[in-house]
Design a binder for this molecule. Structure first.
Ligand code: ADE
Ligand code: ZN
Length: 348
């Protein structure tokens, strides 16, 4: 016999929306900051992860990249993040946003391949140790210019890796906006070269449903990160429904980044009710003191969602993933077997 929170905790999960740097352990952040003499955003260890809003959080998030100085640091963080998520939420498959542009600004810069190959090395070791599959999505840094985004996609094309399957984006523009059309050329180039596309849109308090429309219609996104504003405009909602676009939502991060309360009036709940495929992720577990288990265990009941909805969400994460059909079939079989076993315990 298990309770609903236990069931949600134990459910096998995918995670499609997390930023590699945010899968770092707090202890590793502090250890590496000490080793390299990086001043974190506050001296008050108690308040290290207290952020007022998205812009405040992003200041800390940028600094956190500075503690990852070598390929070994990056590979270590990648491996540790999988170990933690398996323990904290029964993670079975994950996709990571990795922003190589931050590492290019280090005193000893890391190249695109230095960063990407280190990430792959850490995650491949974790896959051998924990059986958690993965893919990497290269994130365009929205603080950088549209030209540098095109150059980043050219790097991806010049240095293909089977694990690196698409482009996304992170941070905000220098004006603290989403501005998806700024990177239209980079997305077009990615599309021409068969890369999958996703974008952070419809997240910030000033974002509009038009950003979601632009990501779908102009950037050609296969799925959307956040995208909550989709439910604010019936025409954009209809577009997403018609195209079968999936949304990689992050319940707890919306409480900080969007200032919303997790309850039945939340936009994620409206997205579920509208029949949109949604998956659930942490976004930035380190910074928001969350984990994948908590997103399901506390987040879903707060949104008024039950065990049936949780199973649909877990399976939608497989449908929306950027991995092969064979890998998806394996994951579905594994998840369905676990649902049966856990369902029997829940009803016992
Ligand atoms: N980088 C990490 N998390 C982010 C978020 N939620 N929005 C924009 N950039 C991010
Ligand atoms: Zn994100």
């Amino acid at each position: 016999m298990i309770t609903l929170p236990d069931y949600l905790q134990l459910l096998p999960k995918t995670e499609l929306h997390c930023h590699l740097t945010s899968t770092m352990r707090a202890t590793t952040l502090q250890e590496l900051a000490g080793r390299y003499g990086v001043e974190l955003w506050t001296d008050d260890a108690e308040r290290l992860f207290d952020f007022a809003d998205l812009v405040d959080f992003l200041r800390g998030w940028r600094v956190a990249h500075e503690v990852l100085r070598t390929p070994d640091d990056i590979a270590r963080v990648a491996w540790e993040g999988v170990e933690d998520a398996v323990r904290d939420g029964n993670l079975r498959y994950r996709e990571y946003y990795v922003n190589p542009q931050y590492f290019a600004h280090h005193a000893v810069p890391l190249s695109y391949t230095d960063v990407i190959d280190a990430v792959i090395a850490g995650l491949a070791r974790a896959e051998r140790d924990f059986g958690v599959g993965f893919r990497v999505v290269v994130a365009i840094n929205r603080r950088e210019s549209p030209e540098s985004a095109v150059a980043l996609v050219r790097e991806m094309i010049a240095h293909p890796r089977p694990e690196v399957v698409g482009i996304g984006q992170d941070d905000l523009t220098p004006e603290n906006t989403e501005d998806p059309l700024r990177f239209a050329e980079a997305y077009a180039l990615a599309g021409e070269h068969g890369l999958m596309r996703t974008a952070h849109v419809g997240e910030t308090p000033s974002a509009s449903p038009e950003n979601v429309r632009a990501a779908i219609e102009v950037l050609g996104c296969d799925r959307i990160d956040h995208g909550y504003r989709v439910v604010d405009d019936p025409a954009v909602l209809a577009l997403a429904q018609e195209r079968g676009i999936g949304f990689a939502t992050t319940p707890w991060s919306t409480t900080i980044c969007s200032g919303w309360t997790l309850d039945e009036g939340h936009r994620i709940r409206a997205m579920v009710d509208a029949g949109l495929p949604i998956s659930v992720s942490t976004d930035d577990a380190l910074f928001f003191r969350t984990d994948l288990g908590r997103e399901y265990r506390e987040g879903l009941p707060a949104l008024g969602l039950d065990a049936e909805a949780a199973k649909r969400i877990a399976l939608a994460g497989i449908d929306m993933a950027f991995c092969s059909d064979a890998e998806k079939a394996r994951l579905r079989a594994e998840f369905r077997a676990a649902f049966l076993a856990l369902g029997a315990l829940l009803e016992a």
